[in-house]
Design a binder for this molecule. Structure first.
Ligand SMILES: [Zn+2]
Length: 221
């Protein structure tokens, strides 16, 4: 029974290739860890993700950690994190991503908040878990309650990105705490169009932040 309990908390097989793990390994075997499909966005400031935020001058950098392929390792890991209650996969991803963000300067890490109905269902915010892993490695605090997601789903529009950002009802509340002149790292699990993350950036700009860095584990299709 104890062994069952331990295996429940620490799975004994690699989440990607199913090989059994040795004691220092957690969730991923060393081979799969070395084989992660890195985008290396951090080396290229004008990457695809950044282009989604480029018209907001306060967004200084944007980087995605991994490529997303259907059935690939990134999808498997994110699936475990979001739908199989493996919250520590988020912490692991954050700690693996951290070295790529260590050259940036920011005062705090802000995980993209979930709407309370989704939070209730999932029991934790996956972006907060990623933020936790980053925070441990980079020794920067996480501020997870600056804004709330006040609209659960966003309506799809055919407007251009800029129009969408300006005209759509913001899905996030205003920033509730003092953040003026600070530099923020916004972390999300997956960024697809960038529209909702953009709204969060808009709230931060309204609150007077100096710089924003955007980061995510993967770019959605
Ligand atoms: Zn493996």
């Amino acid at each position: 029974m104890l062994q069952d309990f331990i295996s429940l908390i620490f799975p004994q097989n690699c989440l990607n290739c199913q090989q059994s793990l040795i004691s220092e390994e957690k969730y991923l075997c060393t081979a799969c860890k070395l084989d992660l499909p890195l985008t290396n966005d951090y080396k290229n400031q004008s990457n695809e993700l950044y282009s989604k935020f480029a018209f907001e001058p306060k967004v200084k950098t944007a980087s995605s950690f991994l490529y997303f392929h259907k059935g690939g390792i990134t999808q498997k890991l994110l699936h475990q994190l979001k739908y199989n209650r493996k919250k520590d996969v988020g912490v692991l991803l954050g700690s693996l991503f951290a070295p790529q963000l260590s050259h940036l300067e920011f005062d705090f890490i802000m995980p993209v908040p979930l709407h309370k109905s989704k939070l209730r269902k999932r029991t934790y915010n996956q972006s907060e878990k990623i933020a936790e892993g980053l925070s441990k490695q980079l020794d920067v605090e996480v501020r997870g309650s600056l804004v709330q997601r006040i609209v659960a789903t966003k309506s799809q529009t055919r407007k251009s990105k800029a129009q969408r950002w300006n005209n759509m009802e913001n899905v996030y509340s205003e920033v509730k705490e003092e953040v003026s002149d600070s530099s923020v790292l916004v972390i999300d699990d997956v960024i697809t169009t960038g529209a909702t993350t953009g709204m969060l950036c808009q709230r931060l700009v309204e609150a007077g932040v100096a710089d924003i860095h955007v980061a995510c584990i993967a770019r959605g299709k």
